[in-house]
Write a protein that binds this ligand. Structure first.
Ligand code: ADP
Length: 544
């Protein structure tokens, strides 16, 4: 017997319609590339998104066509999130930090029809304009007054002119909720980038889950500032969640340095923000140097790479900001787990609670996860056994765009490429990425734990631990670190800091002090580059 409930499709346009009707006066504030701050309401945003959808339809944008963006977090980008997906076309957010050749490759692979860009990225457009073969129009996301003089870019349009061509009387079409809504390419550290194609249904279900109290805990009382870019896994779904719950939204535009972020957080009384650890490092350094405080921010979601306990402690103990450590990936829309404590954990003493918060946390409802050994056998959830993390759920990809990479699922599970443990309470902890694991004498050493210990030293700003070749043990851990400005610290002192914190044989074999650690397009440490640079260090310098 079937249930008798209505078949109303879960569509992204309904989020905006809801925000307009029930939170119409709620503000959306954006720092703009043009240099000023723009403010309007969800009511204004909804009207302009409909206008843009109408204008795009008039210019022949069809169902399923891909529309690319190269843009910061801002209101125009937000309008496109809704105008494009709401029309039944596919929003393809491109990471502007990629090499222009890669941007062109991705645009061609996705067969993008229109490419919207913030003025910051004009140089990229100038480079790729003739390489991006399917693009019919490039749209500068600005008004006529600020239009660049770029005669060599063919088919260049102005955003505000284009939107003016449409009418806000446009009605959002209704279609199957499984229709593709957005496309995001993984950063492609190995091989060419691969596209992950989200549907309306998956994005809405992901939003429900992300907004839950033990996930990002979002409500109409919140002011949310997504630092995580809208070009990186849909800013972890926050542009959808904010409309779903009616939260005020604040967009930082291109200004992601500690000072600018702190000013904006304070000026707009932001309660919740979200970003990767490397960005928060800049923010913490700024507040520390200036003796500032956070007067409204009560919590921050940190994910994308492991958040060191030292950072969690600084936010919580020094500044009264709770840290929500989260894990996910592009293939998962991205949210998989959030480290929300259970009542019993609130009684824990500081050190034990911090150790728990360093874990990536519990699954949000909708996600199922398990860890398996090399033969694919499920391992116990005892907090000790570690194996590859496998996931399944309605917002996890079943394969890549255009079938790249072939069948990716193993018995219906998506292999994440992360190595982790899961404890009896369901808290998952990533010990490494498969490709970053250090294998010493046949045993695994978790690089994240070693990095966390290094970063708990007060003189260390950033630490990365990689496998270096070793004549006897095959591989041994090597630490690459950046010291805080003015700090004086020797290799022996840093290695001494590991004493008693890990088994002796886990202690790194060496330390290399550098001025800078290379970060990839999504703010993560590029361990492959470090391995290339220092992989033979122990052979050439130590083991002889
Ligand atoms: P890419 O795979 O292209 O680097 P993603 O943003 O999809 O881009 O990265 C997902 C990966 O990032 C995860 O598989 C995991 O290795 C890592 N990651 C994400 N969040 C965390 C976290 N909180 N702790 C440790 N690793 C994380």
């Amino acid at each position: 017997m079937l249930g008798q409930m209505m078949h109303r499709p879960l569509l992204i346009s309904s989020l905006l319609t809801h925000a307009e009707r029930h939170h119409g006066e709620q503000e959306v504030v954006s720092r703009r590339v043009e240099g000023d701050t723009h403010r309007y309401t969800y009511r204004d945003m909804a009207a302009r998104a409909r206008q843009m959808a109408d204008a795009l339809a008039a210019r022949g944008l069809g169902f399923g066509d891909r529309v690319a963006t190269l843009a910061w977090n801002g209101y125009r980008h937000m309008e496109l999130y809704y105008a494009v997906s709401g029309s039944g076309a596919v929003l393809h957010t491109i990471n502007p930090r990629l090499h222009p050749d890669q941007v062109a490759w991705i645009a061609n692979h996705a067969e993008d029809q229109i490419l919207f860009f913030d003025l910051t990225f004009l140089p990229i457009i100038e480079q790729i304009a003739r390489q991006a073969l399917t693009v019919r129009a490039f749209v500068a996301m600005t008004d006529r007054e600020n239009m660049p003089n770029a005669p060599h870019i063919p088919k260049l349009l102005c955003y505000e002119d284009l939107i003016a061509e449409g009418s806000d009387a446009f009605d959002w079409p209704e279609f199957d909720e499984n229709t593709a809504a957005a496309l995001c390419y993984t950063s492609g550290t190995t091989g060419n980038p691969k596209g992950v194609l989200y549907s309306h249904r998956s994005s809405i279900l992901h939003s429900y889950a992300a907004a839950l109290p033990d996930a990002m805990n979002c409500s109409a009382c919140d002011t949310i500032l997504p630092v995580v870019p809208m070009f990186h896994v849909n800013a972890w779904g926050l542009p959808y969640v904010a409309c779903m719950v009616g939260a005020k939204l604040v967009f930082p535009g291109p200004w992601l340095d500690g000072k600018s972020l702190h000013e904006l957080l304070e000026a707009e009384r932001v309660t919740l923000s979200a970003g990767v650890p490397t960005v928060w490092q800049g923010l913490l350094a700024h507040v520390e140097a200036t003796g500032s405080r956070f007067s409204s921010m009560s919590r921050t979601v940190i994910g994308g790479s492991a958040c060191a306990p030292a950072m969690i402690k600084a936010f919580q103990d020094r500044y009264g900001v709770s840290v929500l450590h989260a894990w996910g990936m592009t293939e998962m829309s991205p949210l998989g787990t959030v480290c929300a404590l259970k009542p019993v954990h609130k009684e824990l003493h500081d050190t034990a609670r911090l150790a728990l918060q360093a874990k990536q946390g519990r699954v949000v409802f909708g996600i199922d996860m398990k860890i398996v050994d090399e033969d694919g056998q499920a391992l116990p959830h005892d907090g000790k056994s570690s194996g590859e993390l496998m996931v399944r759920g309605p917002w996890i990809t079943s394969g890549y765009f255009k079938g790249e990479g072939g069948d990716v699922l193993v018995d219906g599970w998506f292999p994440t490429g992360d190595i982790s443990t899961i404890d009896a309470d369901g808290f998952m902890q990533i010990t490494d990425r498969n490709k970053d694991v250090i294998k010493s004498g046949g045993e695994w050493i978790g690089s994240i734990e070693l990095e966390n210990i290094a970063m708990s030293h007060p003189d260390i700003e950033l630490a990365a631990c990689v496998a270096a070749r070793h004549p006897k043990w095959d591989e041994r851990p090597l630490l690459i670190v950046v010291k805080k400005t003015g700090a004086e610290l020797t290799e022996a002192e840093l290695l001494d800091h590991f004493r008693g914190k890990v088994a002796r044989w886990w202690t790194p074999d060496g330390v290399i002090f550098v001025d800078k650690i290379p970060l990839g397009a999504t703010g993560k440490v590029q361990k492959n580059k470090l391995r290339e640079a220092f992989g033979n260090h122990l052979i050439s310098h130590k083991a002889g």
